[in-house]
Design a protein around this ligand. Structure first.
Ligand code: 5GP
Length: 177
């Protein structure tokens, strides 16, 4: 097996923490008096979810879904499906989707459509990173951490062939976008 590409730093953990804290403040303010259901998209959002929920000043319920998107390759498939489903009823709930990164928009766009049919009371999207230059379908982002260049990033939950999710900072790896 060939050696994985060497990652180069794009954002430090301190810079990421700052954005996560700001997003937690905005969400806490907007959902004051409510009990939202936070839905994380696996696997990439698990680190972001773990960090943001501990900074929220409101009670929340969390659940995760797993959607097929990149698999172990680097090209987004136009066909997205729910691989590991939702266990919490969403009807009548204030649902906030927690995503690591929106790239083409296919993954989260599909999931938002899927959720709309389930008659949530409200439906919003929070993503830590955004790569708008690669967007294929428009996605309404309610809470955004940072817009980043069109480069393939790893770390802070994001992988390259399942590696690097455990890195606390965000790195880019050349030749993978
Ligand atoms: P989209 O469907 O918007 O193209 O892609 C969304 C999913 O693809 C993300 O949830 C993430 O899992 C993966 N993805 C998109 N861009 C990147 C990237 O730069 N690095 C990594 N590791 N995953 C990405």
């Amino acid at each position: 097996m060939s050696a994985p590409p060497k990652p180069e730093i794009l954002l430090t953990k301190e810079e990421i923490e700052k954005q996560v804290a700001r997003l937690a403040q905005e969400i806490s303010r907007d959902y004051q008096g409510k009990y939202p259901l936070l839905l994380g998209i696996l696997k990439g959002s698990f680190v972001f979810m773990a960090d943001i929920i501990r900074l929220l000043e409101i009670p929340v319920e969390i659940d995760f879904v797993r959607l097929s998107s990149y698999g172990s390759s680097r090209v987004t498939s136009a066909k997205i499906k729910v691989v590991q489903g939702l266990h919490t009823p969403v009807k009548g709930r204030d649902v906030l989707v927690i995503e690591d990164i929106v790239d083409t928009g296919l993954t989260v766009g599909y999931f938002l459509d899927y959720l709309r049919k389930k008659r949530a009371s409200s439906l919003k999207l929070c993503t830590l990173f955004n790569k708008p230059s690669r967007r294929i379908i428009p996605v309404p982002i309610d809470y955004l951490g940072l817009t980043i260049p069109n480069r393939f990033v790893v770390g802070y939950g994001l992988d390259y062939n399942e590696r690097f999710r455990n890195l606390p900072d965000l790195y880019f790896v050349d030749g993978c976008s």
